[in-house]
Every structure is written in C-alpha cells, then in structure tokens.
Design a protein around this ligand. Structure first.
Ligand code: ZN
Length: 135
C-alpha cells in the first residue's frame, strides 16, 4: 500500500548552495541537515524534512551519474516524486499486473532504503520512485 509522498527530489549543481537556499525558504539550519553519498548512483543527497515529507536535493558526483546527464539535458529542477510503500515487492507485482513495468530491479537508495523507479513514459513524463518504508 502507498502511504504517502516520501519525498520530492530536485536536481542541483551545487548541494551546499542549494541546501542554504532551501533552508532559507523553509526556515531550517543547513548544519542540521545530513549530507550523504550514494556511491552506487554517483550522487550526494540531502533530505530536508517538511512536515510528513521531505525535499531531496541531488548533486552529481561524476559525469557518469544519471543526475549529471539529467542536468546537462534539462538544467536544475524537479527530478522525481517518491512514494512510500510498505512492501516494494507487493507494489511492483501490483504494477506489473497493471501493465506498468518498473525500471530495472529494486536497489539500495539513500538511507539504505529499497527503491525502484518507473520510467517517466509510463506516468505522463513524471519520474516516480517507490521507496520501501524503513523498519
Ligand atoms: Zn529519491
């Protein structure tokens, strides 16, 4: 079952600069936000809590990163919406039943969460991430 929007992700060129900007807007202290490297995706990420959900800032660590390619093509901006689910395997089985194929196999994302993406062509050009609720 999908329980909430886990986060909304924004692709940025400079994580520290973006963190400062978003903390000014949201009224938080940038020093209180943890920056994490997700080596498998060649990105650095920061999650800013906003009530029940979060804003994720994504900065590429290398040109091979999907985020680097995204920035080269589209510039900075909204990258994906992540939905929280209790069970990623149940959710992907349900999606396959609806004829919607996830992009590859579930993998480990930021915070060690199990995640999978859907191709934007399946969902009106919005990239969706499914993230399994941490236990
Ligand atoms: Zn995400």
């Amino acid at each position: 079952m999908i329980s909430k929007i886990d986060h909304i992700a924004i692709a940025v060129q400079n994580l520290e600069g973006a963190l400062e900007t978003f903390c000014k807007v949201l009224g938080c202290d940038p020093a209180s936000i943890r920056v994490e490297e997700v080596a498998s995706e060649h990105v650095r990420v920061a999650f800013i809590p906003v009530g029940e959900t979060k804003i994720e800032l994504l900065e590429p660590m290398s040109p091979e990163s999907a985020i680097a390619k995204y920035l080269a093509k589209n510039g900075e901006g909204m990258h994906h919406i992540a939905l929280q689910t209790d069970s990623l395997s149940e959710e992907t089985a349900r999606l396959l039943g609806e004829g919607i194929k996830p992009l590859g196999e579930p993998k480990e994302g930021a915070g060690g969460k199990k995640i999978v993406f859907l191709h934007p062509k399946e969902t009106n050009r919005v990239l969706l991430e499914f993230a399994e609720k941490g236990h």
